[in-house]
Design a protein around this ligand. Structure first.
Ligand code: AMP
Ligand code: ZN
Length: 474
């Protein structure tokens, strides 16, 4: 049974889907006005892994994640560059998809975009007006009447009256047409030079929160299983989504609310506005996307994660240990061709390997504890390294390989070394091997051994086989 920490109840709950065998989940996606930073990548990697684990458990997942493609920041950038806002958003959607691919994040079942869902937003806003949950101000702005929604604050566990003190300032900053400082915008009139759409209230554009209410309804349903995002979205974004959706649809909006903790740098949230960020692209210049993925999953998603070079280096070393194990298995499998029958001794060992899978599932069932899940994979790697050798049958090796690939696939880790990073190394090693062969031919064994030892010191192991010299990383 999968258990999920629900932000709403503040405890772990058994996951019971709305429809048997199916999961409908919605993850708030990025605002596309720039390259994404690695803080934005955390929810992407985390919830892609959650999706993969549900699939591993046999669920069919309808995974919806939006791109916010109309927003002040996008508009400002389009004015700066003198192009249409859609040029900016389409450009950064493409760039975001490239980054996702490099981190092996699977495309969502649907990636809706706000600007393509305006009709649905107008319909929901109209419904809120008709039921008195919203009102139209003099200039055509439509506001949500927050106090009318009795449950407002139930997700963020905030008290309305405390909120009011915090928000009172807004009343003197030009929002004086609101009935109440707590009210928030559903639709706003256009300003000169901004993109706009026709609506019954004014030419304008939607507020931010309404898009997620509308898209999750459109692509999943009135009630969805899981709604997710970074913890900064709990208030006000998700609180406002609940108010909109539950008032309009008259039913529970989301059954489980999942929020990842921040990716920090020097113990502060990484963010565009603080300027303390690295783009995913910056990191991909130095590391394989798989290493970034490994780094993100090395802690459970509700724990803060502090970014540092040391941790990235250690993620790299750990990831490479798993890759080495997989490459060694593939190498041994080639050598074991034809040995198709598992020996009795090997068959007797298999339950030991299976135990790591149980350990992995226990960790992942417990609110997707990827940190412990990865430890289980490491123990499997250690076990494989000490039980697979050149005497193993192909059937046994194949089984171990499957076991390793199945578990690492849940983490989205591809067990092939990034060839582009290794090309230089490969060329160097091949050169040294050729020099060693030449030294051997000339019966200069001291030199041949010295070359082998030098490679060994660099973490490269040579193996003399009938087909020639093979090499691998230690
Ligand atoms: P934004 O483009 O700012 O709306 O963010 C897109 C997603 O990234 C949201 O789910 C945010 O909660 C999440 N996010 C932004 N910064 C961080 C961070 N430093 N750590 C974790 N998640 C973040
Ligand atoms: Zn959202």
């Amino acid at each position: 049974m999968i258990r999920i920490y629900n932000t709403m109840s503040k405890r772990k709950e058994d996951f019971v889907p709305l429809h048997e065998g199916k999961v409908g989940m919605y993850v708030c996606g990025p605002t596309v006005y720039n390259l994404i930073h690695i803080g934005n990548a955390r929810p992407m990697i985390v919830f892609d892994t959650v999706r993969r684990y549900f699939e591993y458990r046999g669920y069919e997942v309808n995974f919806v994640s939006n791109f916010t493609d109309v927003d002040d920041k996008i508009i400002n950038k389009s004015i700066e560059e003198g192009v249409d806002a859609s040029v900016i958003s389409e450009r950064y959607i493409e760039e975001c998809k490239k980054d996702m691919a490099a981190m092996n994040i699977r495309p969502a079942t649907t990636h809706p975009q706000a600007t393509k869902e305006i009709g649905g937003m107008i319909a929901m806003i109209q419904k809120l007006i008709d039921t008195d949950y919203a009102y139209v101000a003099k200039d055509g702005t439509v506001y949500y009447r927050t106090r009318k929604f009795r449950d407002y604050g139930k997700l963020s566990h905030k008290d309305l009256d405390n909120m009011q003190t915090g928000l009172r300032m807004l009343a003197v900053t030009g929002e004086d047409q609101k009935e109440d400082p707590l009210d928030f915008v559903l639709w706003k009139p256009k300003k000169e030079g901004e993109p706009y759409w026709e609506s019954p209230w004014c030419q304008g554009r939607p507020g931010w929160h309404i898009e997620c209410s509308v898209m999750s309804k459109e692509y999943i349903g009135d009630t969805i299983d899981i709604h997710a995002g970074g913890e900064d979205l709990v208030f006000p974004h998700h609180e406002n989504e609940i108010a909109q959706s539950e008032a309009a649809n008259c039913c529970t909006f989301a059954r489980y609310w999942m929020h990842n903790a921040f990716l920090n740098i020097d113990n502060r949230k990484m963010s565009k506005s603080l300027g303390n960020f690295f783009t995913v692209r910056d990191i991909l210049d130095q590391y394989d996307g798989q290493v970034l993925r490994y780094f993100m999953l090395s802690v459970q998603y509700r724990s803060p994660l502090n970014f540092s070079r040391e941790l990235m280096e250690s993620a790299k070393t750990s990831y490479e240990r798993i890759v080495n194990c997989a490459e060694n298995l593939r190498f041994l499998l080639e050598k074991a061709a034809g040995k198709d029958t598992m020996t009795e001794a090997e068959a007797a060992l298999l339950p030991e390997a299976d135990a790591f899978r149980t350990q992995f599932e226990t960790a992942m069932d417990d609110d997707f504890n990827t940190a412990d899940g990865i430890s289980a994979v490491f123990e499997l790697v250690k076990w494989i390294n000490s039980h697979a050798d050149e005497n193993s049958s192909a059937a046994f090796l194949q089984k171990l390989n499957e076991e390793l690939e199945t578990l690492t696939d849940v983490f989205g880790l591809i067990l092939v070394r990034d060839k582009s990073l290794d090309d230089d190394l490969a060329a160097y090693v091949e050169e040294q091997i050729a020099a060693r062969q030449a030294a051997r031919k000339a019966r200069d064994f001291a030199k041949a051994d010295a070359i082998r030892d030098e490679l060994k010191a660099k973490g490269i192991i040579l193996e003399d086989t009938r087909e020639g010299v093979k090499w691998k990383k230690a």
